[in-house]
Design a binder for this molecule. Structure first.
Ligand SMILES: [Zn+2]
Length: 111
């Protein structure tokens, strides 16, 4: 007597498998993308580059976001005037971006 074995594992057709796998695949791209955009926005608000920070947030999700929170706020940096051409420069500048004057650490700040 030949008894046919019942199929224990239901065959998965390709359409169902594809639908199930799609959200898992998309999160590998979507989550870093969301982290990248948020990191970029915070970086931009701190006076830095949106593109640079969004790249950091995309490549290092969560770590990049933590890094942007800890980063220096460039908007709060004091400014100073170039003694040669009187261009307003960030305090961290070592060379004037307009005339190329070598700058020492200033005695007085212009905020
Ligand atoms: Zn200058």
């Amino acid at each position: 007597m030949n008894i046919e074995r019942p199929a224990i594992i239901a065959p998965v057709d390709s359409e169902t498998a594809g639908r199930r796998a799609y959200p898992q695949r998309v999160q590998y791209f979507l989550i870093p993308l969301i982290f990248g955009v948020i990191t970029g926005i915070i970086g931009r608000r701190k006076g830095s580059s949106f593109l640079l920070w969004s790249l950091v947030g995309f490549l290092l999700p969560a770590i990049g976001l933590a890094a942007v929170f800890m980063s220096r706020n460039e908007r709060e940096d004091p400014s100073r005037e170039c003694p040669n051409c009187h261009k307003l420069l960030p305090i961290s500048a070592q060379v004037c971006m307009r005339c190329g004057e070598d700058l020492d650490y200033p005695a007085e700040f212009v905020v």
